[in-house]
Design a protein around this ligand. Structure first.
Ligand code: VOV
Length: 249
């Protein structure tokens, strides 16, 4: 039997993707539309307050293409908080014109494949900041779920710890070339959602997503042992941009 890698868990994550029923939105009166936007922005202000108190992080994004129009991304210490956030949003006037199009539930994860000894993860500021990530201000976001393969002759889970560690070392070396250009948040979802990990990337230039993911495709762990789900990409929304996005005057 192979040895399971030790993992550290941080904040829970909800990727809440919505489509907008634009016909219904346009049928609302200008006053009702304004009230609906104000209501969401007041929720966004309360999310900012939570972030200021270091009790989570939330962001709003537009998503390009048919898969979704918006993403509400939430990091919180507990699943209960994420459930409450979802219910609160669903009770807004704006939610009446949206439909959930995709969602993903996971928990921020760090594994100790390449961890250094003599570090206490409970107090180390770097590890803590990775386990409890604050959504960066980069313009673009890319999300996709992934699995490690479990096929005869290509089974990640039957490899020895040493083999896996070596491949993750090589994976990390590629990733490090993109330092300063991409921020990655890897969240584990075994037992929480349909895939094994969620990959959330943030960058100012969307071409960076393509270059990083393409380069990783040639790396052994991705080339031989990884399978990917649907990709969603979009832009971070400021409060003003959210208002402008929904403006149909
Ligand atoms: C943007 C750069 C970047 C960097 C620096 C980076 C580094 C690292 C390190 C050092 C480690 C191991 C320790 C830890 O931190 O957990 C990981 C871990 C992981 N990664 Fe990664 N990864 C990146 C980026 C990055 C991407 C783009 C992907 C998607 C893969 C692809 O082909 O599309 C990915 C996946 C993962 C996964 C699924 C895990 C967990 C694997 C497991 O079996 O447990 N990752 N990753």
């Amino acid at each position: 039997m192979s040895e399971a890698v030790h993992t550290l868990e941080g904040w829970f994550v909800h990727h809440d993707f919505r489509t907008i029923d634009w016909s219904s939105w346009k049928l609302l009166s200008p006053e009702d539309r304004q009230a609906a936007v104000d209501e969401v922005l007041s929720l966004a202000a309360s999310w900012k307050e939570t972030e200021n108190q270091k009790q989570g992080s939330s962001g709003m994004f537009t998503i390009l293409g048919h898969k979704a129009d918006l993403l509400f991304l939430h990091f919180r210490p507990t699943l209960e908080e994420l459930i409450e956030l979802e219910a609160t949003f669903n009770k807004t006037k704006f939610a009446d014109v949206t439909l959930p199009s995709y969602s993903y539930v996971s928990v921020v994860e760090l594994s100790n494949y390449v961890a250094s000894d003599n570090v206490d993860p409970e107090t180390d500021p770097y590890i803590q900041s990775r386990l409890k990530p604050i959504i960066p201000d980069n313009k673009n976001i890319c999300f996709y779920p992934m699995n490690k393969r479990r096929e005869a002759g290509q089974n990640w889970y039957t490899l020895s710890m040493e083999e896996r560690r070596e491949m993750m070392r090589s994976h990390g070396l590629i990733g490090r070339k993109y330092a300063g250009k991409v921020t990655q948040v890897i969240s584990g979802s075994v037992g929480l959602d349909d895939w094994e990990w969620g990959v959330t990337l943030f960058a100012d230039d969307p071409v960076t997503f393509k270059k990083l993911i393409y380069e990783m495709r040639f790396d052994e762990v991705s080339a031989k042992y990884s399978e990917f789900g649907t990709f969603l990409v979009g832009n971070k929304l400021s409060e003003e941009a959210f208002r402008a996005y929904l403006d149909v005057e």
